[in-house]
Design a protein around this ligand. Structure first.
Ligand code: CA
Length: 308
């Protein structure tokens, strides 16, 4: 019986507070990752408590704001980096102009937002997804009491960063090497790394961008894809992998390594050494996991914006 089933159902889990730290506007996968987080929020799996930005261009916050508004959450605080990396506006303004997408302006300082949100949440509850440079989180550690605040409030940090397949310095690391070095040395809790080699092997299909998001001008995420490269192209899902693991770590989408330590050299090359008691973990995927992950991306990214 339906009534009986409801009576016996476990109470819903408390939505996990998530902070999305992004360099939106450099590559384009940040946009789909943010769309996916909105779907998780609509499903009650998370609360998207802040978006903080490490790309030092005002249009980055505007596109993040446009996406938040499109998905029905205009109230999400947005924090921006100061004296950060990558000043160009890339595809950002073009994506907004393509649909005259509304946005809010005058975002706050990223560290101020991070501190306020962390202070307002329960201890050991917050999940941070970092899919750009480590600038904001390094600044958080530099702020008075920032490291202790992170230690008390953050449950896990999931990063799209590094290359652990023997490749050269990965973009997110090499763009701000000192900040990544600071994080691997001083971040007080566990860090899960989705390296370049993970998202590189799972591509989000152009046919979904063209078919599932409405016509040009309808959705700022699809408009970002249309203005980043010439359509059609399938794009790697680096940032989406970090977002998926951050929200659903127990669902077997990824294989998690034994604990270890990540090191970052002067050129930005990353290496992982297994180490008992280490606080760093590498994510990896096999073919079966890739298929499941892509299916999850397609369902989650194309979920319609919630009705208000
Ligand atoms: Ca990114």
């Amino acid at each position: 019986m339906v009534v009986g089933a409801l009576a016996w159902a476990a109470p819903p889990a408390r939505p996990v507070p998530v902070i999305f730290d992004t360099d939106i506007g450099n590559d384009v996968d940040d946009c789909l990752a943010l769309a996916m987080l909105h779907s998780f929020a609509s499903r009650g799996e998370i609360r998207l408590t802040a978006v903080t930005i490490t790309k030092d261009n005002p249009w980055a916050a505007r596109l993040a704001s446009a996406i938040d508004i499109f998905y029905g959450r205009p109230e999400i605080p947005i924090g921006v980096v100061h004296d950060g990396q990558t000043k160009d506006d890339g595809y950002l303004k073009k994506a907004i102009d393509a649909g005259h997408h509304p946005y809010h302006d005058h975002p706050e300082d990223a560290v101020k937002v991070l501190r306020r949100v962390l202070e307002s949440e329960l201890d050991a509850s917050v999940v941070i997804v970092q899919v750009g440079f480590s600038t904001n989180l390094a600044h958080l550690l530099d702020s008075p009491g920032g490291r202790a605040l992170a230690a008390r409030k953050v449950r896990r940090l999931v990063m799209m960063a590094g290359d652990f397949s023997g490749g050269g310095p990965e973009y997110n690391v090499k763009t701000d090497i000192p900040s990544t070095q600071r994080l691997v040395r001083d971040w007080p809790g566990p860090i899960y790394w989705s390296g370049f080699e993970v998202g590189r092997t799972i591509k989000y299909p152009a046919r979904s961008i063209e078919r599932d998001f409405g016509p040009p001008g309808a959705n700022p995420v699809a408009d970002a894809y249309r203005n980043y490269l010439i359509m059609p192209y399938d794009r790697e899902t680096w940032d989406l992998t970090a977002a998926l693991y951050a929200v659903r770590p127990a669902d077997g989408y990824f294989t998690v390594s034994a604990p270890g330590r990540v090191t970052v050299d002067a050129q930005g090359k990353t290496a992982f050494t297994p180490q008992e008691g280490g606080q760093h973990y590498l994510l990896s995927v096999d073919d079966a996991q890739r298929a499941r992950i892509l299916e999850a991306f397609l369902w989650l990214c194309t979920q319609p914006a919630r009705l208000r």
